[in-house]
Design a protein around this ligand. Structure first.
Ligand code: HEC
Ligand code: HEC
Ligand code: HEC
Ligand code: HEC
Ligand code: HEC
Ligand code: HEC
Ligand code: HEC
Ligand code: HEC
Ligand code: HEC
Ligand code: HEC
Ligand code: HEC
Ligand code: HEC
Ligand code: HEC
Length: 444
């Protein structure tokens, strides 16, 4: 709009200047007028009449040959050739076009393919009323036929982006690619100031959007569901071939978690990483909020320490293997999930005075429970996320095929603890004064 009023002002100034110049010129050459009651009637009656015509001037363009003898005999096809016809007067346009790449027809010296030299009912003496019709006289219309047509294209405003005459930018664009879009979508310019800016966003919006419109919503170059793969092929193919995919991707697509343009958070995330997961996992959020004890990484909001947000080959897209069963044959590999952070020796030494607090005297009760053919998995006793018993001992754990919830009541003491469980009768352990068990061998 600002540009328009500037342009109008410029036009008015030029108009006034030129018309006065012409009336002086015309007075002097009054006998030259070709518009009479018989001749060239109506050549200056349209809504917009070209300056020289308004001044009754014909011979600035039409060359009056020696043999011409109007009105009976003259050759009007004999007008000045090439750009000079117009540019001799329209110096501003000539200057504007210097050093720029000219539009095809102008390259060929043609102005009147778009402008009527005499008059028109359209602004700027254009030969078509609706701008795209003018363009589509020469260009194939594969633009307005899209399912989703971009606002300014639908409004017929081609020249808000293209200069009809010439430009230093490719495709006759009125400014560089990013600025063109920011002219109307100014808020996207602020995106460039954010902490994370998607690489293609810094280059050109057309990496992802079609400027005229497309078959896909938001004028995207591809369907939202496959757009990301177009550039992140390796990444997406790898996750598609993984055994355990996060259902969020099938359900909400990549955009469920990532912004396509920019973000205040790393990797274009919609939320701070520490809170992202809980925006969808309300049950987990409730559990965390209602728990007295949060597991270290959960307390830190680091869900991705254990879960890949996209996909892996392990259940629940965990970053490493973790047995889902209550009983699981011991192998240090089977607990890679936990031993990524905790000392795996807690389950390898039968006797210890330091490695674990879960011991009776020096008898390692972790070893006792875990390290055997029918070992109890960590899950048989511990919560992985949050809970209300100390040391993340679960209140209940699923047991057997029917997933019966086996209750655990754990009482911690200064030097040991007591478990009241469905597995055996209530048992205590004490690191300093070892409890004597009837059914188990005592310490060395
Ligand atoms: C700015 C330059 C210019 C001026 C001024 C101009 N003409 Fe033309 N005129 C042309 C051009 C260029 C053509 C050829 C148009 C085409 O081929 O489509 C033309 C064609 C014509 C034609 C033949 C085709 C048609 O449109 O009927 C007539 C008649 C004509 N002019 C009369 C006049 C008269 C009379 C005046 C003065 C009152 C005048 N022209 C002033 C540029 C001009
Ligand atoms: C003898 C000088 C002269 C020639 C030759 C001339 N023009 Fe003009 N033209 C003017 C004047 C004077 C005006 C009116 C003042 C203005 O708007 O700049 C004008 C106005 C225009 C306008 C409208 C501008 C507006 O702001 O509304 C267009 C478009 C235009 N000319 C195109 C052409 C084309 C195309 C040619 C060649 C076929 C041409 N002119 C040849 C003097 C000329
Ligand atoms: C492809 C079509 C096309 C061609 C070819 C073309 N113009 Fe234009 N011209 C336009 C359009 C469209 C506008 C209206 C621009 C706007 O609204 O800002 C325009 C505007 C103008 C204006 C008035 C506004 C301004 O920028 O001063 C003049 C004068 C003008 N053209 C002269 C010319 C001359 C001289 C030539 C040949 C060298 C020419 N045009 C060739 C499409 C064309
Ligand atoms: C008289 C025929 C004609 C008209 C009318 C016309 N064009 Fe063109 N246009 C061409 C030719 C010829 C080329 C150069 C060959 C090509 O790239 O296709 C071209 C090229 C272009 C290009 C590509 C430039 C580049 O650098 O590759 C754009 C963009 C364009 N025109 C836009 C428009 C718009 C917008 C309009 C309407 C305001 C328009 N054209 C009207 C003939 C025309
Ligand atoms: C929002 C800005 C914008 C608008 C509005 C716009 N264009 Fe374009 N146009 C572009 C951009 C950007 C390109 C370059 C596309 C590319 O990089 O492939 C382009 C390319 C073109 C091309 C050359 C490449 C091709 O697709 O053939 C033509 C012709 C063209 N536009 C015509 C038009 C016409 C006609 C209109 C009005 C109906 C129009 N444009 C409206 C931005 C726009
Ligand atoms: C002349 C102003 C203008 C320019 C320049 C412009 N746009 Fe638009 N854009 C609009 C309008 C108006 C809409 C329609 C708004 C709506 O429907 O809410 C729109 C809609 C969009 C939409 C779809 C938004 C939606 O909610 O459906 C996208 C995407 C878009 N533009 C991208 C671009 C890109 C990329 C560029 C640069 C090539 C660009 N725009 C340049 C005016 C513009
Ligand atoms: C990496 C691909 C990509 C790039 C680059 C990109 N966009 Fe988008 N854009 C999208 C996607 C995907 C959507 C749809 C978002 C949605 O549905 O939530 C979108 C939506 C939009 C929308 C409408 C919704 C909104 O967020 O306002 C506008 C406007 C828009 N983009 C403008 C732009 C502009 C301007 C640029 C360049 C500065 C740009 N885009 C660059 C992918 C991209
Ligand atoms: C036009 C190509 C293109 C499209 C489409 C695209 N990206 Fe990107 N993306 C890139 C480029 C280039 C980088 C820079 C880092 C790189 O080379 O991987 C990048 C980086 C990223 C990063 C940061 C990765 C890192 O290692 O820093 C994320 C996250 C990302 N893109 C997500 C997406 C999502 C989600 C989509 C779909 C909405 C998407 N991208 C679509 C080109 C694209
Ligand atoms: C459930 C949320 C979520 C969804 C859905 C999601 N991502 Fe991510 N993405 C993340 C998180 C969180 C990170 C950051 C990982 C980190 O920091 O360890 C990330 C990081 C990335 C990265 C950077 C490389 C990396 O692994 O660190 C790329 C690229 C990426 N995502 C692409 C995608 C694509 C493509 C899709 C759709 C197929 C997608 N994402 C879907 C949450 C998601
Ligand atoms: C955009 C929503 C959304 C976000 C954000 C999200 N998820 Fe999910 N997640 C889901 C949906 C939907 C399921 C399918 C099960 C369901 O409906 O609860 C799911 C399931 C899961 C599952 C169970 C296994 C599966 O794939 O069914 C785990 C584990 C999981 N998400 C972890 C995470 C982690 C970790 C994060 C953060 C990096 C996260 N989720 C962020 C939507 C989300
Ligand atoms: C210390 C590793 C670890 C961390 C950190 C972790 N998880 Fe898990 N998560 C697991 C393991 C192991 C399982 C599978 C065992 C199970 O079902 O308890 C699991 C299962 C899940 C499940 C599916 C079963 C269920 O309980 O609903 C969801 C959803 C889930 N996690 C979300 C999250 C979210 C959200 C976070 C961050 C707040 C998170 N996880 C942090 C290890 C972890
Ligand atoms: C990403 C690292 C990480 C992973 C993986 C991890 N933990 Fe932890 N764990 C911690 C941190 C950090 C603490 C807090 C340590 C502290 O407070 O001294 C902790 C504390 C614990 C505690 C309580 C320790 C205490 O003294 O209060 C138990 C029990 C526990 N984790 C069990 C597990 C089990 C079982 C797994 C496997 C499912 C596991 N952890 C996986 C980092 C991890
Ligand atoms: C039979 C129940 C049970 C099983 C199975 C079990 N733990 Fe424990 N764990 C405990 C108890 C009880 C404590 C608390 C000891 C104390 O502080 O008195 C504990 C404490 C811990 C601690 C805190 C540091 C320490 O050793 O005192 C870690 C870490 C831990 N367990 C990890 C694991 C891992 C990893 C697994 C699976 C490999 C596992 N536990 C299996 C009952 C169990």
């Amino acid at each position: 709009m600002k540009g328009d009023s500037l342009l109008m002002r410029r036009i008015i100034i030029i108009c006034a200047y030129a018309l006065s110049a012409f009336s002086v010129y015309n007075c002097a050459m009054a006998q030259d007028s070709c518009i009479t009651s018989e001749c060239h009637v109506g050549i200056n009656t349209a809504e917009f009449v070209h300056g020289p015509l308004a001044a009754g001037e014909c011979t600035v363009c039409h060359v009056r040959g020696e043999n011409d003898n109007p009105p009976d005999n003259h050759d009007l096809s004999d007008y000045k050739e090439g750009e000079g016809l117009c540019l001799d007067c329209h110096e501003k346009i000539a200057i504007f076009m210097e050093d720029k790449k000219k539009h095809g027809p102008i390259e060929d010296g043609e102005c009147i393919v778009c402008h009527d030299p005499h008059q028109a009912d359209n602004r700027f003496l254009l030969i078509e009323n609706f701008l795209p019709d003018l363009c589509f006289n020469c260009h194939e219309d594969n633009i307005t036929t899209n399912k989703y047509v971009h606002g300014p294209v639908a409004a017929g405003d081609c020249i808000v982006c293209h200069n009809p005459h010439a430009s230093k930018n490719d495709f006759l664009l009125v400014s560089d690619r990013l600025t063109i879009c920011f002219n109307c979508h100014g808020e996207k310019k602020d995106d460039l100031k954010k902490k994370w800016v998607h690489q293609p966003m810094k280059e050109s919006c057309e990496k992802c959007h079609e400027p005229h419109g497309s078959q896909f919503a938001m004028h995207l170059k591809d369907d939202k569901a496959t757009l990301c793969r177009d550039c992140h092929e390796k990444f997406v193919d790898k996750l598609n071939h993984s055994k355990s995919k996060h259902s969020a991707i099938a359900k909400n697509g990549c955009l469920g978690c990532h912004f396509p343009h920019a973000s205040d958070y790393d990797n274009g995330l919609r939320e701070e990483k520490s809170h992202l997961c809980l925006t969808c996992h309300e049950k987990m959020e409730k559990k965390i909020l209602s728990s007295k004890y949060l597991h270290g990484p959960v307390k830190e909001g680091d869900c991705t320490a254990c879960h890949d947000p996209h996909a892996t080959n392990y259940a629940d897209h965990l970053v490493s293997f973790f047995p889902d069963e209550f009983y699981f044959s011991y192998d240090v590999k089977n607990y890679a999930m936990c031993f990524g952070c905790h000392n795996n020796e807690i389950a390898t030494e039968q006797f210890t005075e330091t490695l674990t607090d879960f011991r009776n005297g020096d008898l390692n009760l972790h070893f006792l429970h875990v390290n055997r053919e029918k070992g109890r998995s960590c899950k048989a006793c511990h919560e992985v996320h949050a809970g209300n018993q100390p040391k993340h001992i679960a209140r209940e754990v699923p047991y057997g095929k029917s997933n019966w919830m086996l209750p655990i009541k754990f009482t911690k003491t200064e030097t040991g603890g007591t478990c009241v469980v469905g597995c055996h009768k209530p048992k205590s352990y004490d690191r300093e004064k070892p409890v004597k068990y009837d059914d188990k061998k005592s310490s060395k």
